[in-house]
Write a protein that binds this ligand. Structure first.
Ligand SMILES: Nc1ncnc2c1ncn2[C@@H]1O[C@H](COP(=O)(O)OP(=O)(O)O)[C@@H](O)[C@H]1O
Ligand SMILES: [Mg+2]
Length: 226
């Protein structure tokens, strides 16, 4: 589905102090499953996610999504992909503070409101948010619940790829595992890419990509070495 070939990303390319965030990465990601991207702060994890999700363009090499080069597509096509194929979850939930959990999810939908409402209710049920919580604003929910609402919002348009950048970094372990359970479930027939620097939350990943200083330093699939 995604293929990176000699993918290179240099920030401040026109300045004297260049930052090499991705250094000639070759990588193929599967169509579905849970992919963990792990590595220390500054190793290039977020940059790689931005490149895969069309938020940033490579400065060298190529990245393709289902054979389509993301380097050469128009901004309109990027928007189309982000709107209909990709979903995003970040470390912070970025929910709208004065809207209910339900309304936050409905807002993101491309469907008519009535359809979006029933879709949101079904997703909340799946990810263990009770009916009684749906009318609450984010401030009245726990950190774990808020993050699951953000995940529900990201799932509203059935993205084929869900990108999650440090989704559990501000959660305690119990909530982190609950969030990971939701993502693992979704990855049964979609691709979920989870960036983290915590090994314990991606122990059930189908593939683990280890990053180090702008390079892929290791790949593990289903517990086996490659
Ligand atoms: N917008 C930017 N401008 C300049 N340098 C950046 C920018 N974003 C990230 N970097 C640098 O690129 C490298 C990789 O960063 P990043 O992809 O955020 O790593 P990670 O997500 O693994 O912490 C780091 O050295 C970081 O300082
Ligand atoms: Mg990062």
């Amino acid at each position: 589905m995604f293929e990176l070939k000699d993918a290179t990303m240099i920030y401040d390319i026109d300045k004297e102090e260049k930052v090499y965030a991705m250094k000639g990465i070759d990588l193929v990601l599967p169509d579905k499953g849970l992919v963990g991207v792990i590595g220390p702060s500054g190793s290039g994890k977020s940059t790689m996610m931005y490149v895969l999700s069309t938020l940033k363009k490579l400065t060298g090499g190529d990245v393709t999504y289902n054979g389509e080069s993301l380097n050469s597509i128009s901004e309109k096509r990027c928007q189309e992909l982000r709107r209909s194929e990709f979903g995003f979850v970040f470390q912070r939930h970025y929910l709208i503070p004065y809207m209910s959990a339900l309304d936050n999810a409905v807002l993101a939908s491309l469907d008519p409101v009535s359809k979006a409402r029933s879709k949101a209710e079904a997703i909340f049920d799946d990810i263990g948010i009770k009916k009684s919580e749906l009318s609450k604003i984010p401030a009245k929910l726990s950190g774990g619940q808020r993050q699951r609402v953000a995940i529900a919002r990201a799932m509203m348009n059935d993205p084929r790829v869900l990108f999650a950048d440090e989704p559990t970094a501000s959660l305690d372990h119990e909530n982190a595992y609950m969030v990971m359970d939701c993502l693992k479930e979704y990855s049964k027939d979609r691709l979920v890419i989870v960036i983290t620097h915590d090994h314990s939350i991606i122990k059930d990943a189908d593939m683990i990509v280890e990053m180090w200083d702008g390079t892929v330093s290791g790949i593990r699939k289903n517990g086996g070495e490659e």
